[in-house]
Design a protein around this ligand. Structure first.
Ligand SMILES: Cc1ncc(COP(=O)(O)O)c(C=O)c1O
Length: 378
């Protein structure tokens, strides 16, 4: 039985051939990078920044900081901007990569936190953000799209509210990078964007990215960069300002190839492919009496996520049967975002999450629908 990967929101699979080849090619050449005195011939860092800047409408590629993961990028901003006496606004839709760094600041230094909640369509209201702001608010940290519901947030409007109050916005674009267009240069105010390279951007795991709007963010991770070794202090200029230690060069080579691939196909086309598959899934599930789609009423399927439950089944049991009996991989439980289903009828403790991507074919969706149909009455 062929295995079907319907957990694309966790990480994309299969990676495009050119991504695999780029990683492989990096190992085939001597590992010298420009920053450490090499000629740059096998240095993917600057080209990767350039590709990312082009894709995300970042005016200056120096504002693209390459890190080990989205989690590191989110921690970097939260750690630097949420200080004693401050207030932070976030939402119940967030991944633990946002919730936990904030919870630790709350516990360790006593910062105040306000969580805004989505409406019935799964989106955050700009008015809720407006109401949550205080004079002491030092950061608004919100997701561009929920990894549990797939709901895409009205980021332009939310950014306007934060900008009007002169509060920096940290956007978690882990689920949207490569699926939903975002032009950083057009968002008003001081906006940081963090995302993972191994999801919609088709790169290997181990590279995350932070778009920084200026060089005012305090430096938290400092050390060796291979440059200006005589200085006691870490370089203050972007992008090295926030990059220390040996980077994941093969991973960055793969991400560069992934971003080029995404650019070539087009983010709009990739989002449309996901939305089409999501509609096919929803149509198939709506007619199954034992399947309960979550009432999030968000029609935009570009992120490629469909959350549901099977009547009488624990979500984990559904995942186990799909894996063991049908070789279909989905994700079940709370998806590292434990508050995202709060307020829904019955306060579900978790869900089955199917997520599709570029590597998903119509057949994969149909195999899942047939498997789900067979669960009725079991
Ligand atoms: C919305 C969201 N934010 C952050 C992350 C963290 O990404 P990483 O584990 O690559 O750091 C994920 C990963 O699942 C995510 O879905």
């Amino acid at each position: 039985m062929r295995s079907v990967h319907l957990n694309q929101a966790a990480t994309s699979f299969p990676k495009p051939r050119e991504v695999v080849e780029a990683v492989h090619a990096w190992f085939d050449r001597p590992p010298v990078d420009a920053a450490r005195g090499g000629d740059g011939a096998n240095d993917p860092v600057a080209p990767c920044r350039k590709e990312l800047a082009g894709l995300l409408g970042v005016n200056d590629a120096a504002g693209i900081v390459l890190l080990p993961s989205a989690t590191h990028a989110l921690n970097l901003v939260i750690g630097a901007l949420v200080e004693p006496g401050c207030h932070v606004v976030t939402s119940t839709l967030e991944h633990n990569s946002v919730l936990r760094p904030i919870a630790h600041r709350e516990r360790d230094i006593g910062v105040a936190v306000t969580m805004i909640e989505p409406g019935a369509d799964g989106t955050l209201e700009p008015a809720s953000l407006q109401a949550a702001l205080r004079p002491s608010t030092s950061l608004v940290a919100l997701t561009h799209a929920s990894n549990v519901t797939g709901s895409i947030q009205p980021v332009e409007e939310l950014a306007e509210v934060a900008a009007a109050a002169s509060v920096p916005l940290l956007l978690d674009a882990s689920q949207t990078a490569g699926a939903v267009s975002l032009t950083h240069g057009r968002l008003p105010g001081r906006v940081f964007v963090a995302f993972a390279g191994h999801k919609g951007l088709m790169g290997p795991p181990g590279v995350g990215c932070l778009v920084v709007p200026d060089s005012m963010l305090p430096q938290t991770i400092v050390g060796g960069t291979g440059m200006r070794s005589e200085d006691r202090f870490h370089p203050p200029d972007l992008p090295l300002r926030h990059e220390a230690g040996t980077p994941n060069l093969p991973g960055i080579a793969g991400l560069r190839a992934g971003v080029r691939f995404v650019h070539r196909i087009g983010v709009e086309a990739l989002g449309a492919h996901r939305a089409w598959l999501v509609e096919r899934l929803r149509e198939g599930m709506r007619v199954m009496g034992h399947i309960r789609l979550f009432p999030l009423a968000h029609e935009d399927g570009r992120v490629g996520i469909v959350p549901f439950c099977v009547a009488g089944w624990d979500p984990d049991e559904v995942g186990l049967v799909l894996r063991e009996s049908f070789s279909i991989e989905v994700r079940t439980g709370l998806h590292c975002a434990p508050l995202a289903l709060r307020g829904l009828p019955g306060e579900p403790r978790g869900s089955v999450r199917v997520s599709v991507g570029l590597g998903t074919a119509e057949d994969d969706v149909d195999l899942l629908l047939a498997a789900l149909a067979s669960l009725e009455g079991c």
